[in-house]
Design a protein around this ligand. Structure first.
Ligand SMILES: Nc1nc2c(ncn2[C@@H]2O[C@H](COP(=O)(O)OP(=O)(O)O)[C@@H](O)[C@H]2O)c(=O)[nH]1
Ligand SMILES: [Mg+2]
Length: 251
């Protein structure tokens, strides 16, 4: 599934799920390359989730000019979590960073997440560093709904996370691919990574207002789907049994 022609494997794959973000494609790609060139060998994997605007064309133009860019396209729209998962599957690096494709996350924060990941003591078994947004630049209704959703989730899941909706995250590719998949999984990564016996770290990141394109999520539809997902994740947490250290015995 991974591309053989794209040169030696990078250390970091930056996965960006997009749906109808034509005007945001190029500015964000340029910000990612500015933030990472000379810092870490990287690739960028855009997952176009069946966009119906000029996103495919914008990505094609960018691909001709940005050697680090790879593009994967879903035949039909299947949601942000499916987009992230496809990107992680195609990623060639052992570490993956994700960020929203609308420019609200700042790629300049990725090196901060990478440093936090690499500085974590091995004994903490950290497999995920999550961004938590400072001074969130969204509508009052969205911030209010998100504050309550985060409180409820934190209380029920005890996932040590103030802000799980932040699209900026960095994690171990293999640990991610072991997680049970469901739609909207991307909001529960800290809890699910902890469920597998790993550590997580949170890092403050900046947040910017959306200046181009339109938001894909409403406040009420997200709140309703969150309640169902939260119950599902509580069930998953209750049903995990970890075998501790696993090793093959010598003859
Ligand atoms: N792959 C995929 N990405 C999506 C979909 N809906 C939203 N996104 C992406 O998810 C990110 C966050 O979405 P956005 O609409 O900005 O949500 P908001 O910031 O909460 O208003 C952006 O990068 C979107 O392009 C979808 O159906 N599929
Ligand atoms: Mg957004």
């Amino acid at each position: 599934m991974t591309s053989e022609s794209a040169g030696p494997a990078p250390e970091l794959s930056v996965v960006v799920p997009v749906k109808d973000e034509a005007e945001n494609v190029r500015p964000l790609i340029d910000e990612i390359t500015t933030a990472l060139r000379g810092v870490v060998p990287f690739e960028i994997v855009y997952v176009d989730d069946g966009s119906s605007d000029g996103t495919p064309a914008a990505l094609k133009t960018a691909q001709a000019e940005v050697p680090e860019l790879r593009v994967v396209r879903h035949d039909k729209n299947s949601g942000q979590s499916a987009g992230v998962r496809t990107g992680v599957k195609f990623a060639r690096a052992p570490l993956v960073a994700t960020l929203d494709g609308d420019g609200q996350n700042d790629p300049a924060d990725i090196p901060k997440l990478l440093a936090a990941y690499r500085e974590a003591p091995a004994s903490h078994k950290v497999r995920l560093v999550g961004g938590q947004r400072l001074n969130r630049q969204d509508t009052a209704a969205k911030k209010w709904a998100s504050r309550w959703a985060n409180r409820l989730r934190g209380w029920l899941l005890q996932d040590d996370t103030r802000d799980t909706g932040c699209g900026l995250k960095l994690f171990d590719r293999a640990a991610f691919l072991e997680l049970p998949y469901f739609d909207h999984l991307h909001r529960y990564l800290p809890a699910l990574i902890k469920r597998d016996g790993y550590g997580i770290r949170m890092v403050d990141v900046s947040h910017r207002a959306r200046t181009r394109g339109a938001s894909k999520y409403g406040v009420l539809d997200r709140a309703l789907v969150s309640i169902r997902d939260l119950m599902g994740v509580m069930w998953l947490m209750a049903r995990r049994r970890l075998p501790g250290d696993v090793k093959e015995l010598e003859r």
